[in-house]
Design a protein around this ligand. Structure first.
Ligand code: FAS
Ligand code: PHB
Length: 395
């Protein structure tokens, strides 16, 4: 098989890129090693920046997002038994975020991919990249026991942190920067009507907790656990007890309880691979970087990576120049590192670190007290949370 752009991975990065290329008349083939059901049912991100919402609408896949997405004008920081509201819209000249599950994003994008008639192969195996530094890189894979290969002009490595694209780059041609955190998040989906209109980030002496949602009937909740925690250790009863201990405020606010329909543990790390390119292989999304989910940046960074990549590919196919493609890595990394900084800052502000003293705990309380009483500090949080301006050259 031959295509202009081979895409490895059908997560948000790969699917958004495929849709952008399709609308530019550029052919692509997407290969995904999991099933359609697995990719759709995987419970992950929940917060879309304004830029990501605008992109989905511009790509013609935003209809359901507009109908079912939950626009939020602000969020709460909760500490010392009280919730403090940050009006994100007021602090950023009207920008908001939208809560819409990543699995819904993926569902909409898969439907658009199928409607486009462009190739999307699930359940592929043994995916490998050949000759990435040549003018004719190849993706080889097995499908239904049959070997196959795709000759490409370019390959987009959108296969996430555990994919094969980044490791296929020779060690001397890529460098990674990482930090593992001494905790993880235990996350649940509960059949319970959200008891707050907007998100509540909680700093508690027992650890971080987060109240989010997916719909008027589904609450999404997380709390900090040790990094090697096992989900089987936690009964539903114990999960609710811990969640309510950390989140209930002095005025009586707390999440509504309900049946837990999904639970998992997410490790926390910061990771960046530089450069995000090797020859004609371009890394995008989690394949190139990971942020702790505290700043709700993961999915949104994937979206901006592929916006830059799609612009560069469109310029190549319309004007024959690699100018934007040659700047791809540097352009993306400027935004990636700012998102890393913000995600690290939110994480260290709101989590208890093992081995820290009572002094540190009271320092963190003072930090939050300052943050929620200073317009400058709240504005800084707000402009990062809603998404920094997309200061990247697009065609
Ligand atoms: P993805 O990992 O989503 O997609 C990569 C795709 O490539 C997957 O479908 C995978 O099956 C496929 N793939 C892997 N190896 C392959 C191979 N060899 N061949 C073919 N296909 C292959 N972000 C937030 O903003 N908020 C959150 O709350 C949040 N929670 C998260 C929870 C978990 C458990 C994880 C892992 C991530 C979470 N994230 C969160 C981050 C997440 O949303 C990512 O940023 C987002 O999925 C990035 O999208 P992609 O880059 O497309 O990578
Ligand atoms: C979510 O709704 O899953 C969510 C919201 C905000 C975060 C992380 C996850 O920072």
């Amino acid at each position: 098989m031959h295509t202009q752009v081979g895409i490895v991975g059908a997560g948000p990065a790969g699917l958004l890129l495929g849709q952008m290329l399709h609308l530019q008349g550029i052919d692509s083939i997407i290969v995904e090693n999991r099933s359609r059901e697995y990719v759709i049912e995987r419970v992950r991100a929940g917060v879309l920046e304004q830029g990501t919402v605008d992109l989905m609408i511009e790509l013609g896949v935003g209809e359901r997002l507009r109908r079912e997405g939950l626009p939020h004008r602000g969020l709460y920081l909760s500490f010392a038994g009280a919730r403090h509201y940050l009006n994100l819209a007021e602090l950023t000249g009207g920008k908001t975020i939208t809560v819409y599950g990543q699995n819904e994003v993926v569902k909409d994008l898969i439907a658009a991919r199928v409607a486009s008639g462009r190739a999307l192969y699930f359940n592929v195996e043994q995916v490998a990249i050949q000759d990435a530094d040549s003018h004719r890189p190849e993706i080889t894979f097995q499908k239904d026991g049959r070997e196959d290969q795709i000759e490409c002009d370019f390959i987009a490595g959108c296969d996430g942190f555990h994919g094969i694209c980044r490791p296929s780059i020779p060690p001397g041609s890529i460098k990674s920067y990482e930090r593992d955190y001494p905790f993880a998040w235990l996350g649940i989906l509960a059949e319970a009507a959200p008891s707050s209109e907007e998100l509540v980030y909680t700093f508690h002496h027992r650890g971080f907790a987060l109240f989010s949602m997916r719909s008027p009937k589904i609450t999404r909740l997380y709390f900090q656990v040790p990094p090697d925690e096992e989900i089987d250790k936690w009964s539903d009863e114990a999960i609710w007890d811990e969640m309510l201990t950390r989140m209930t405020t002095d005025d009586g606010w707390k999440p509504n309880r309900g049946p837990i329909i999904q639970k998992s543990i997410t490790p926390m790390r910061s990771f960046v691979a530089e450069p995000m390119r090797y020859g004609r292989l371009f890394l995008a999304g989690d394949a190139a970087h990971i942020v702790p989910p505290t700043g709700a940046k993961g999915l949104n960074l994937a979206a901006t990576d592929v916006m830059v990549l799609a612009s560069g590919l469109a310029e190549y196919y319309t004007r024959g120049t690699m100018r934007l493609l040659d700047d791809y890595s540097a352009t993306c990394l400027r935004r990636v590192w700012k998102a890393q900084r913000f995600s690290w800052w939110m994480t260290q502000t709101l989590h208890r670190f093992p081995g820290e003293s009572e002094f540190d705990y009271r320092r963190q309380l003072a930090d939050l007290d300052y943050l929620t009483s200073s317009l400058a500090a709240m504005t800084s949080l707000a402009e990062n949370y809603v998404g920094l301006p997309l200061d990247v050259p697009l065609t």
